[in-house]
Design a protein around this ligand. Sequence first.
Ligand SMILES: Nc1ncnc2c1ncn2[C@@H]1O[C@H](COP(=O)(O)OP(=O)(O)OP(=O)(O)O)[C@@H](O)[C@H]1O
Ligand SMILES: O=P(O)(O)OC[C@H]1O[C@H](OP(=O)(O)OP(=O)(O)O)[C@H](O)[C@@H]1O
Ligand SMILES: O=C(O)c1cccnc1
Ligand SMILES: [Mg+2]
Length: 489
Amino acid sequence: MINELYDTSLSLLTDLYQLTMAYGYWKAGKAEQEAVFNLYFRKHPFQGGFTVTCGLNSVIDYLNEYRFSEEDLDYIRTLTGNDGQKLFEPGFLEYLRTMELQCSIHAIPEGTVVFPNEPLLRIQGPILQCQLLETPLLNLINFQSLVATKAARMRLIAQDDALLEFGLRRAQGPDGGVTASRAAYIGGFDATSNVLAGKLYGIPVKGTHAHSWVMSFDSELEAFEAYARFMPNNVTLLVDTYNSLNGVRHAIKAGQQLRKRGYELGGIRLDSGDLAYLSIEARKLLDEAGFESTNIVASNDLDEYIMDSLKIQGSKIDIWGIGTKLVTAFDQPALGGVFKLAAIKADSGEWDYKLKLSEQAIKVSTPGIQQVRRFKDSKGFVSDMIFNIETPLMGKATMVDPYDFTKNRSFAESTQFEDLLVPIFAKGQLIYTLPSIYETRKRVQEQLSHFYKGIKRFVNPHTYPVGLEKELFDMKTDLIMKLRAGNEE
Ligand SMILES: Nc1ncnc2c1ncn2[C@@H]1O[C@H](COP(=O)(O)OP(=O)(O)OP(=O)(O)O)[C@@H](O)[C@H]1O
Ligand SMILES: O=P(O)(O)OC[C@H]1O[C@H](OP(=O)(O)OP(=O)(O)O)[C@H](O)[C@@H]1O
Ligand SMILES: O=C(O)c1cccnc1
Ligand SMILES: [Mg+2]
């Protein structure tokens, strides 16, 4: 989709340093050396207890179209260094021109509930190619996962109420708007006001009308009657332009006219003031007038916390219209996903495991060709274990808390599990059938239902256990010791 939106190849959607490193690998004769990178995040957004992964569809589109066009190469050719001389030799540009993606990619399917340090994507292939993909893959996964997570949080509060996404006007540019609409739908929204997202993804489109409609008439009643006349099968009237409860009375009048023509007043929308009080009073007015099935839509800078508060206050809101705080992920504008090298194949054909040291334990990367095993019992998912597929698990598996080795758990061989990463590309060839957006959307709710409810609360959520398989933990520890010893002052 992103390619459609920009109508161009998007291989330049990367940071310059990926190109300069790619050039370096090429010059050093390392371009084809096989490497493995993991894409993962370190902390849940919104101080929450879960994250919903999203954006794989864009990754697939992006990689399917991946190539350096003549215009791309013409541009790269112009780039110069500090001395004004060309950065790249012609031979490198020729290499890029004929380059075909050879990467094999495993990923956790979209709509899966995931946790810190779990590889959402594992990219294996020529190091030069993997490197070029760091920035675009992070760009695609970070934002969409963030918005899908925000949406899933709102769905938890909304329960069975309808959720409409109204964010396009506040989104971070066209692609931010369109991808946010998709991610919001996957996270649990029911519809979007974004017509392009509707067309591109098959998301239901819905909407009401703006204050300008009311303001353009001499009176609110006239505006409502006109709207109802012209669009009798889609009437949700925005009642707060002048005085919300008066507006509800006018909407009821327009609704009575509609009924005479065999149509129903679909809803009224409240967009300012005390949404708890106004929705309760509006409900009374509507019910007294025999409009029990007319929905009350609320909007106005809503987020999951205000929704929660409104629910506690007994508000009578049936449909929530949410824009700004959803599509901008207002209280946390980025998911901190990273892309780290985990192994390089040595000339011997053996994996040489790689790790980035840090003073902060949470920032030390994990080596290995990783897979995530999610153990289940009769009540649901119980823990996730990251393991190295190169050291097959035999019999019972032991997993260690990566931040406290004294904490570990063992799982009998008979314990049920699911391995989360599935093959997407094999040496550059797509081998995965992307589920429909509707299936992915269902998957989120399905997934959430299998987790202990503590991970879903907003305040001090329960930490779902994610550990390293014992052999991987030991290998990581050894590597840390070796690297620390080898890099002492
Ligand atoms: N009962 C309520 N409890 C908690 N928050 C509420 C309640 N009613 C509305 N809100 C939220 O409070 C904020 C109100 O915003 P603001 O102070 O701008 O008022 P407003 O009603 O939009 O004002 P105006 O009438 O000028 O448009 C919004 O984020 C809204 O969602
Ligand atoms: O509040 P959001 O969650 O972003 O939802 C979208 C908002 O966009 C519209 O008005 P707009 O904000 O453009 O103008 P208004 O604030 O004056 O209503 C609509 O009336 C909502 O209030
Ligand atoms: O249809 C609506 O009510 C709508 C659409 C976009 C933004 N705010 C409201
Ligand atoms: Mg507003």
